[in-house]
Design a protein around this ligand. Structure first.
Ligand code: NDP
Ligand code: 2IT
Length: 454
């Protein structure tokens, strides 16, 4: 175990015993605890206040049954979750994930990450996360609608515009948010900003769809400039995933002069040696957003696209690149992938997904002075723009795309500066944005928790 202080060691051991077997949750908690102990050591009052014990325990965790009827008239049963992790600095805020792998461990890891991420945005949002093990793949629109309505029939009692504001995540986009919002409104008889990522005709914000991917590139741009005195111009960029985050990261990286070579899904990846042009990306959007198809299909529709089935050895990270952007899911970039990337000359790994790199991979990259932008900082643009959607809903106005995009840009620059400055003060080196982001996010939450005795 890499803990330096007895305090952190003890708190983590207790957490491990209480949450036995929750692999992803313990992974996130360990990473965060390792970072925070440096800060707590310098602020011993926080230890007297038992701040780590208080911070790591979620305020509330609900699990519920979701019963719905499929197109064949058969009952189906899924499990729904919401963790309301921390409300010290604002109402709980965070997405809903629909994926068969969803369980308590995954929801708690995402909720814990969200607390620090939301603090980094500087907007008044606490952290929460939710979802279900429902698999939207292969389901009809009507099945998704019936599932969402049933899910909200339980969730509505736990949320509200000043209590807890969910949004999208894996498997939850505009369609699902519409069905969820409609059901909440029917039950509560109120039209409020209870969800973000809404459609533009009923209170959604311009640029929310693009925000996570664009924000990731804005953050990466600052990191490239500050740490390596360079930019996206002419860089080979390897992106994993082909969902919301991956598509808009690809769009912005290309606009900033990069050449995006790959996209992927859970079956395989496409390589486009000459770079994914706006025309090719339009086909990707058609396949993924409209047809809900597989990335493999791109090879049938565009020349110059080669499809690879992903295996233990044939991995998207084997593609030679300058910048790697994991934008699919947790633990998709392993230590061996980090080693391959470094060997092939990669200078930056910028996380779009939540916790896409296993901890050993992140440490290896930082030690080798590769730019490593941790998810909770570099993918905060999505939730930041959700925060801007909440502001627009509160004042019953909507801002232009340019206004929102410009605010997003300045938030991402601020997040970079805050995490970089804490990396320089507390980290193992100026490349240690992981420690930097954890401490920068934690400071405000800890101060508010102490003040409120929560
Ligand atoms: P989408 O559902 O739009 O896309 C998810 C993508 O990741 C798909 O290409 C999917 O492929 C792939 N994927 C999912 N699970 C796996 C898996 N187990 N192995 C390999 N690939 C997988 O989700 P988003 O783009 O919204 O989310 C992607 C990541 O970004 C997640 O980690 C999410 O938490 C994070 N994130 C999202 C934000 C947002 O605003 N949407 C904000 C901040 C972070 P397949 O179709 O084969 O499943
Ligand atoms: O992980 C995340 O930050 C998100 N899925 C976005 C959450 C939000 O409330 O917009």
């Amino acid at each position: 175990m890499a803990f330096k202080t007895e305090y952190a060691k003890k708190v983590y051991a207790e957490l491990e015993a209480k949450n036995a077997g929750e692999k992803e949750f313990l992974q996130a908690a360990k990473e965060i605890t390792e970072s925070l102990e440096v800060y707590i050591e310098k602020n011993p009052k926080l230890q007297e206040q038992k701040i780590l014990e208080r911070f790591l325990e979620p305020e509330r965790f609900v699990q519920f049954k979701v019963v719905w009827v499929d197109d064949k008239g058969q009952f189906q049963v899924n499990r729904g979750f919401r963790v309301q992790y921390n409300s010290a600095i604002g109402p709980y805020k965070g997405g809903l994930r629909l994926h068969p792998s969803v369980n308590a461990s995954i929801i708690k890891f995402l909720g814990l990450e969200q607390v620090l991420k939301n603090s980094l945005t500087t907007l008044p949002m606490g952290g929460g996360k939710g979802g279900s093990d429902f698999d939207p793949k292969g389901k009809s629109d009507m099945e998704v609608m019936r599932f969402c309505q049933s899910f909200m029939t339980e969730l509505y009692r736990h949320i509200g515009p000043d209590t807890d504001v969910p949004a999208g995540d894996i498997g939850v986009g505009g369609r699902e948010i519409g069905y969820l919002f409609g059901q909440y409104k029917r039950i509560r008889d109120e039209f409020t900003g209870v969800l973000t990522g809404k459609g533009l005709s009923y209170g959604g914000s311009l640029a929310r769809t693009q925000a996570t991917g664009y924000g990731l590139c804005y953050y990466a741009q600052e990191a490239l400039k500050t740490l390596k005195n360079t930019s996206f111009e002419g860089k080979r960029v390897v992106i994993s995933g082909s969902g919301n985050v991956a598509i808009y990261a690809c769009e912005k990286a290309t606009q900033l002069g990069g050449k995006v070579i790959t996209l992927s899904d859970s079956n395989g990846y496409v390589v486009v040696e000459n770079g994914i042009t706006p025309e090719i990306l339009a086909v990707v959007k058609q396949i993924k957003e409209v047809e809900r198809g597989r990335i493999k299909e791109l090879a049938n529709r565009c020349p110059g696209v080669v499809y690879h089935e992903t295996t233990a050895t044939d991995r998207v990270w084997n593609t030679k690149c300058d910048v790697a952007m994991p934008c699919a899911t947790q633990n998709e970039l392993l230590l061996k992938d980090a080693e391959t990337l470094v060997k092939n000359g990669c200078i930056a790994v910028c996380e779009g997904a939540n916790m896409p790199s296993e901890l050993e991979a992140a440490k290896y990259l930082i030690k080798n002075e590769i730019i490593f932008t941790p998810a909770k900082a570099s993918n905060a643009g999505g939730v930041a723009t959700s925060g801007l959607e909440m502001s627009q809903n509160s004042e019953r106005l909507s801002w232009t795309f340019e206004e929102v995009d410009q605010k997003l840009h300045s938030i991402m620059v601020n997040i970079f500066n805050a995490s970089y400055s804490c990396a320089c003060e507390y980290g193992s080196s100026k490349y240690d944005l992981l420690t930097g982001a954890n401490i920068a996010g934690f400071k405000k939450v800890a101060e508010a928790m102490v003040a409120q005795a929560i």
